[in-house]
Design a protein around this ligand. Structure first.
Ligand SMILES: NC(=O)c1ccc[n+]([C@@H]2O[C@H](COP(=O)([O-])OP(=O)(O)OC[C@H]3O[C@@H](n4cnc5c(N)ncnc54)[C@H](OP(=O)(O)O)[C@@H]3O)[C@@H](O)[C@H]2O)c1
Length: 338
């Protein structure tokens, strides 16, 4: 890699932020100086980066002087308020929040799919929602050879996709339920332990939730298919890490399960786990803490001659957030865009 960069991480103490710190170090990102930023609550806290301890600073408008690249993994409010300050200070921002994703001049990028969109960046690049990224990653290689006509996605999303408070809530509720105690929900509208909630983010006038609508809009933007027919139902499940999705696809022409399996085996970022005879298929438990997006249960859809179905599982904190952000950074460096 080329020159070393001055890097800032906003939200360094959160679930995504800690993964960013870990992966930047593991992937030997070319760092000259690393600034760890969070709220005033974390001011002075020390985080381990490799063998070095770095003190966390409170985030402000002035946090970005001299930074070449800033990873934002804090709250939407912080992204809304401080991304412009970081860009003004000269940093290229990679933002994990939903705030800038649909802005026309902000590339929304999964590098294996639309890395070329980075060429158009004007200081901000957004990553997709953690449930959208793995689905697009799995659709893309198939779309290249057999254009997709319609997609129906049902997701099973982990609580860590909501942040650290939700992880604590599931832990506490699970203990309480097993101890026969009453449960008081705080993060979610209802109990999440031993339950499923078909409500992620707010409800919109069209009956979809905002999370489902993000899946629709973001998939279209990343794939440059503004008219793609796509519908989603997003469900929160009592799983700590890794989002799963049942994906039903209508293609332009019929394709065998073997052909689809072979395409996906060759695709970057994907591992096919599909051996029903030995119960081998992707699971959140085995996808957690892994970089790959896992695909299995690939089969022709008996309800449509050009249809197939697949099951996609991916770590929401890795490919769904930190890993995708760092890959964008690496791609920007490789393209000389920083
Ligand atoms: N979790 C996922 O799977 C996922 C996937 C894709 C995108 N994202 C996006 O990534 C972002 C972070 O998510 P997360 O799951 O890591 O959340 P989280 O665990 O709740 O962490 C939130 C982080 O934001 C910081 N923060 C809160 N208020 C702040 C303030 N006023 N100033 C500066 N920093 C502040 C927190 O710092 P303190 O510790 O000091 O409070 C913490 O570091 C969100 O925008 C989310 O939409 C998350």
């Amino acid at each position: 890699m080329s020159r070393e960069l001055s890097v800032a991480i906003v939200g360094a103490t959160g679930l995504v932020g800690r993964e960013l710190v870990r992966l930047l170090f593991q992937r030997h990102f070319p760092i000259k100086a690393l600034r760890l930023l969070a709220s005033s609550r974390s001011q002075g806290k020390k985080l381990l980066v490799g063998e070095q301890e770095i003190e966390v600073q409170e985030t402000s408008n002035n946090s970005f002087a001299g930074a070449d690249i800033a990873f934002f993994g804090a709250t939407p409010e912080i992204s809304r308020n401080l991304v412009p300050a970081a860009v003004k200070a000269g940093a290229v921002v990679i933002d994990d929040s939903p705030v800038w994703r649909m802005e026309p001049d902000v590339p929304l990028v999964v590098p294996e799919v639309n890395g070329d969109d980075l060429e158009q960046h004007r200081g901000v690049v957004a990553i997709p929602n953690s449930s959208t990224t793995p689905v697009v990653l799995a659709l893309w290689p198939i779309h290249q050879v057999n254009p997709i006509k319609r997609v129906i996605v049902d997701t099973y999303q982990a609580v860590s996709a909501t942040g650290a408070r939700a992880v604590a809530e599931l832990t506490e509720q699970a203990r309480a339920v097993l101890d026969g105690k009453n449960v008081m929900p705080h993060v979610y509208p209802h109990q999440i332990a031993f339950n499923l909630l078909p409500e992620i983010d707010v409800f919109l006038d069209n009956g979809y939730t905002k999370e489902e609508w993000k899946m629709v809009q973001e998939t279209r933007k990343i794939m440059h298919e503004p008219e793609l027919a796509i519908s989603a139902t997003c469900v929160r499940v009592p799983v700590f890490v890794a989002n799963s999705a049942a994906v039903h696809v209508e293609l332009s022409h019929s394709m065998s399960a073997d052909e689809i399996r072979n395409l996906l085996r060759e695709a970057p970022g994907i591992t096919v786990q599909d051996e029903p005879s030995i119960s081998l298929y992707p699971q959140p438990w085995t996808a957690a803490a892994r970089d790959s997006t896992f695909v299995g249960r690939i089969r022709q859809d008996v309800s449509h001659p050009n249809g197939f179905a697949m099951w996609v599982v991916s770590d929401n904190l890795r490919k769904g957030a930190a890993l995708n952000s760092i890959q964008i950074g690496e791609d920007l460096i490789a393209r000389n865009l920083i």
